[in-house]
Design a protein around this ligand. Structure first.
Ligand SMILES: [Zn+2]
Length: 66
């Protein structure tokens, strides 16, 4: 269902938000996954596209910042 996907995105956005802020600020290393609390997060930000992936549980956030 489309609506379920959207709710999951909002949930991921809220949960990842503090990390998203740090990644935007240039700190992409050393973040722990807020979902499973075990995995290391792989964060990339090239000035436009932001991507956060948990190597442990697979939770991810992808966004474009305009
Ligand atoms: Zn995780």
């Amino acid at each position: 269902m489309q609506e379920d996907d959207q709710e999951q995105d909002v949930d991921a956005l809220k949960t990842f938000e503090p990390i998203i802020q740090e990644v935007i600020a240039g700190r992409t290393e050393g973040h722990k996954c807020p979902f499973c609390r075990e995995g290391d997060l792989e964060c990339t930000f090239d000035g436009l596209n932001l991507k956060i992936v948990c190597k442990n549980c697979g939770k991810f956030f992808e966004g474009m910042l305009a």
